[in-house]
Design a protein around this ligand. Structure first.
Ligand SMILES: Nc1ncnc2c1ncn2[C@@H]1O[C@H](COP(=O)(O)OP(=O)(O)O)[C@@H](O)[C@H]1O
Ligand SMILES: [Mg+2]
Length: 205
């Protein structure tokens, strides 16, 4: 699965790391950090205890064949993509994965700036018919529902939206600072774990 959006700060790294930690409870899990800045790789190096998933940094020259085919069907691989991927690498990523998750912030303006991704995904689906894409709303304000304007903007995408949204929660920030995920956050992480688990269930079915 690739987590992709050419906008920075939408939560790609946060969601990749937390989804990977949740998936690691179910199967062997590997994160490939394609970001030259190596954010998820650095994150995994901060923790006092090793995380349950492996994190590899592949800052340049991502070759889908090389990096993915020898992993074995029992390993979940998540690609944390930087905002700066060139068209060729995006195409290689989208050819190699079964799922693409596009985190978006709950604002129509942010959504519109991601519309081009839908075209890339559609082009990739011509060559990779098993590719399934989903939008994932991140940083939804606590207790607020989607606005009508946002729902209208979501309908402009050819890509469906996951039912579960990720709320804006301080625990996502504080765990990142410690190099852990919400799965290592005890009771304070319970609500966040529940939404990440629900997303994993949606993505896997
Ligand atoms: N659901 C959330 N609730 C609170 N803070 C979040 C949430 N998702 C991401 N963040 C914070 O937003 C910032 C950007 O997230 P990040 O994962 O680095 O985005 P990207 O990888 O897309 O650039 C980080 O400071 C992160 O801790
Ligand atoms: Mg990132």
């Amino acid at each position: 699965m690739a987590v992709i959006n050419q906008k920075g700060g939408v939560g790609k790294t946060t969601l990749t790391m937390n989804l990977a930690a949740g998936l690691a409870r179910r199967m062997k899990t590997l994160v490939i950090d394609l970001d030259p800045q190596g954010t998820s790789h650095a994150w995994s190096g901060l923790a006092a205890q090793p995380l349950s998933m492996q994190v590899e940094h592949v800052p340049q020259g991502f070759r889908a064949q090389l990096h993915l085919t020898d992993r074995g069907a029992d390993t979940a691989v998540l690609l944390d993509c930087p905002p700066t991927l060139d068209g060729e690498t995006i195409a290689a990523v989208l050819r190699a994965v079964d799922r693409v998750l596009i985190p978006v912030l709950p604002s129509p303006l942010d959504l519109w700036s991601s519309l081009r991704l839908a075209e890339w995904v559609e082009a990739a689906q011509q060559e990779n018919p098993r590719l399934e894409a989903r939008l994932l709303i991140n940083q939804l304000e606590p207790r607020s529902a989607l606005s009508g304007a946002l729902e209208g903007a979501l309908r402009e995408f050819a890509i469906p939206t996951l039912h579960t949204a990720v709320r804006r929660r301080a625990i996502y920030r504080s765990t990142a600072m410690e190099g852990i995920t919400v799965y290592e956050a005890g009771r304070n992480g319970a609500a966040a774990r529940a939404e990440i688990n629900a997303i994993i269930d949606e993505v896997l079915t």
